[in-house]
Write a protein that binds this ligand. Sequence first.
Ligand SMILES: Nc1ncnc2c1ncn2[C@@H]1O[C@H](COP(=O)(O)OP(=O)(O)OP(=O)(O)O)[C@@H](O)[C@H]1O
Ligand SMILES: O=P(O)(O)OC[C@H]1O[C@H](OP(=O)(O)OP(=O)(O)O)[C@H](O)[C@@H]1O
Length: 212
Amino acid sequence: MADTLKIAMPKGRIYKKASALFREAGLDIPVDMDETRKLVIPVQEMGMEFIMAKPVDVPTYVEYGVADIGIVGKDVLMEENRDVYELLDLGIARCRMSVIALPDWKPGIQQRVATKYPNIASQYFREQGQQVEVIKLNGSIELAPLIGLADRIVDMVETGQTLKENGLVEMESIFNITSRLIANRVSYRMKNTQIQSLCDRLQEVIPTSEVK
Ligand SMILES: Nc1ncnc2c1ncn2[C@@H]1O[C@H](COP(=O)(O)OP(=O)(O)OP(=O)(O)O)[C@@H](O)[C@H]1O
Ligand SMILES: O=P(O)(O)OC[C@H]1O[C@H](OP(=O)(O)OP(=O)(O)O)[C@H](O)[C@@H]1O
């Protein structure tokens, strides 16, 4: 009997899409799992165990090896910069990281940028040769330029509805985002057969047009 394969699953919007992908791959995931408050959930199939995590914490659990593998957005992966293997682009939860401002924005001397992603934003503006003060927020980022906390924001855009409803414009798209399957470096060697078999099954159901 193989060891349990521990998977850090992000609660929220990625979980819904990831569990649908697992089911498409023929893995027997109970449909209502996102409605339970249970945080460690055994899944019979392939001897898996789901660890229901806050999305931003997934790379931490995987780096420390308390989860063998995990599912996480490319945005979090880049921001957290943890020592993990990136195994697979799952092509789900597609959106983009962008610089956003009010339509009348003009470059000024003292620029403030609000974001949930201070590392990504700082690196981006450094590469652009722009000196900005980065302010970390935890949600409703679009509020910042509306109420004068910041001149610009760095945030995700999917449908563009949030921008439209708040009269904001996308100045530049920085990179595209999809969810990724990541692995702990030791687990990848020790549980390679199980991990590879899961990757193979998932790969069969990721539409090629979705993979970037
Ligand atoms: N509007 C969106 N469209 C598509 N994918 C998105 C969108 N917003 C976020 N994502 C992706 O989903 C991931 C998780 O987002 P979600 O909103 O579920 O978590 P969160 O905001 O980090 O969680 P919490 O609400 O617990 O703070 C993001 O890291 C990103 O990869
Ligand atoms: O282009 P759209 O389809 O409108 O999606 C983009 C919005 O979705 C995310 O917010 P989320 O729903 O995670 O809420 P948050 O403000 O709490 O981060 C993101 O931060 C944008 O605000």
